[in-house]
Design a protein around this ligand. Sequence first.
Ligand code: LER
Ligand code: MN
Length: 266
Amino acid sequence: MSVSISEEAPEQAPFVYKGDIITHIKKASEIGYEAVELHIRHPENIDADAVRHACDTYKVEVSSIGTGLGYGMDRLSLSDSNPAVRRQAVERLKGHISLASKWNCLVIIGLMKGQIKDCGSREEYEKNVMEALQECVDYAESRQVLIVLEAINRYESDVLNTLQETTAFIREFDTDYLKLHIDTFHMNMEENSIPASMLEVRDYIGHVHAADNNRLYPGNGFFDFKTFLDTLKVIDYQGDIALECTGLPRPDEAALKARSYLYSIL
Ligand code: LER
Ligand code: MN
């Protein structure tokens, strides 16, 4: 199980820990997490060796790198109508992929997949993202880094909302280095049946985010985590489950309660 850490993030962003990465790697380890998910805005500013060293010292892995701050804070979108913005988005993601190759983890493309409103039409969206994402995939393939594309709910994104729609897009790429990223918070809003949808795309699932229906830690609301975890078992999912929820009421409490709740029903 993995817990999210973000060095910089807007107040409302759903990360358990916010602040210094190394300090929170230690905290995650003390609480019992096996891994951390690092949400990084500027990959070039990160001391990869220092993070690696902290992970070795505290015996945790980096499961995944989140990239959405590049969209949320800098509006870098793979679909943007301006080619210079798309170029910046690709270069930013290449930075994340380089870090991932040093930490042996995967890279999430969630919000940075962009939106139709960033370019004007579904046709333009597909054209722009196919080209820009192909460049990211080629780069990731050369470094043996997996990219996962996240299905995000309609209130945060005007495209690629359901597992089925996102998987159909992924299938356009002829690669093993692009998979589907599922998030309980988004599935709760978009799927008719969460287990049925997961079973349908079972071969594509590469990463999992967990938050309750209110985006607080699992166990706080009414999302059916038992059925969800049972379905992950049925499909023999071997990857990490990363806690991408708010750190309320307090980050340590959210991290501790999420972990003990999920293990109690696993
Ligand atoms: C990112 O992983 C995500 O789930 C979005 O809702 C951004 O906050
Ligand atoms: Mn997510």
